[in-house]
Design a protein around this ligand. Structure first.
Ligand code: XIL
Length: 387
């Protein structure tokens, strides 16, 4: 676990004179850089101690409408790279409500189990994604005619069952995903839980998750919170209130879906640092960098270099913040990226092309990691996961 982080957190909590609800026991202890898993030349091998390099595991969601079979279960080459390069995995869709909950009384854990088993076989962390969200909920839930009491019971049952099933096997959970609008208002209209049950349900979700797995680190996760801005301010305030109330919140993560149409979010490091200062863990959880494609669809050399620079800057922001212990990209190959499906005219957002050839962004990440590992600025062994 993270002794240093916990001490900082304990001090913060002591200052607020509340009992600290920190993870009670260590999450599974993977040997991320054991030579059995971390072959020389890969990203996970290059990563400094205490920092995991993750990717989304492609499946579900937009993939279901494409003319290829399920990538995770069907594409052998994809699986080999997934195992070789990464020390953490995040189900892209396979732990969302839409996927896990065909009906009110049923759970379908087939694909989620397969991902967690795969991760264990390959010495990888798992980031669970996600428990309370306004999107990708099943119709029976969104269109159901439930009383507040029933809805509360449905959420409680879901969190207890899902988090409990993977107790000790999932390192970090995105408990609450995207609960604020860009102006920093709670999503009281489109988030069914907040709308029907009030904002207090957020604290309950964290409490229930903590009860179900005291070893998992519990996160807030969102997009558009890379910079210090109204939305990240809203998280900063909420988290302090929750900590003061003794709610088990352990981390804040920025998704980092970037577009080269906009400048790089230059206060990313400062923003992560202010959450770190509250005693929280931080993470970058869904990094990708999309670009407008020229006629013909091929990116120019200059575009690829700019993209590499964005990736590298995001990584460096994380590396420079002591408790930022997880850097996850939202898919590693353009073949399966969500970007062209969701952002018209944009694409090429990942670090490998459609044929799994590594792009400049891949090499920029790897050399930054190596530099960090070897230049003495590497994390002390007790920082991050301390593994
Ligand atoms: C996306 C997936 O990549 C797609 O496959 C799916 O169709 C829609 O969702 N923020 C999140 C992720 O928290 O869950 C989203 O993933 C991307 C934005």
């Amino acid at each position: 676990m993270k002794p240093v982080r916990l001490i900082t957190a304990a001090l913060t909590a002591a200052a607020l004179s509340v009992p600290l609800a920190a993870p009670a026991s260590a999450a599974p202890d993977h040997d991320h850089d054991h030579p059995r898993y971390a072959k020389p030349g890969t990203l996970r091998w290059a990563a400094p101690e205490g920092l995991v390099i993750g990717t989304a595991v492609a499946g579900g969601g937009h993939h279901l409408e494409q003319d290829y079979p399920d990538p995770f279960t069907s594409d052998g080459r994809y699986r080999r790279i997934l195992a070789r390069e990464f020390s953490s995995v995040s189900p892209e869709n396979q732990m969302k409500w839409e996927y896990l909950r065909p009906t009110r009384d049923e759970y379908d854990f087939g694909m989620a189990d397969a991902i967690v088993d795969f991760a264990e076989r390959h010495g990888q962390d798992v980031r669970g994604h996600t428990l309370l969200w306004h999107s990708q909920n099943p119709e029976w839930l969104e269109e159901g005619d439930f009383t507040a009491e029933e809805l509360r019971e449905i959420l409680h049952d879901h969190i207890t069952t899902v988090v409990g099933r993977y107790e000790g096997r999932i390192d970090q959970w995105d408990v609450a995903n995207e609960i604020f609008t860009s102006s920093g208002e709670l999503r009281t209209e489109d988030n069914i839980w907040i709308r029907e049950l009030g904002p207090g349900i957020i604290a309950d979700a964290f409490r229930w998750a903590h009860e179900a797995d005291p070893s998992a680190e519990l996160y807030f996760n969102d997009y558009g919170v890379e910079d210090v801005n109204a939305k990240s301010d809203a998280y900063h305030e909420l988290v302090q209130e929750l900590l003061a109330d003794g709610v088990p919140v352990h981390g804040f993560s920025a998704q980092v879906h970037l577009s080269m149409q906009y400048p790089f979010p230059s206060s990313l490091e400062e923003n992560l640092q202010r959450f770190d200062d509250l005693g929280l863990g931080t993470a970058l959880t869904e990094v990708d960098v999309r670009m407008r494609l020229p006629e013909g669809g091929e990116p120019t050399g200059e575009q690829l270099r700019t993209q590499a620079d964005y990736y590298e800057r995001a990584l460096n922001a994380c590396v420079n913040v002591e408790g930022c212990d997880s850097f996850t990209i939202w898919g590693f190959t353009d073949r399966y990226s969500w970007v062209p499906v969701f952002f018209e005219g944009e694409g090429e957002a990942t670090v490998m092309d459609e044929d799994f050839h590594r792009k400049p962004a891949y090499f920029a990440l790897r050399s930054s990691l190596l530099e960090e590992k070897s230049d003495g600025h590497g994390r002390p062994p007790w920082a991050g996961h301390g593994r």
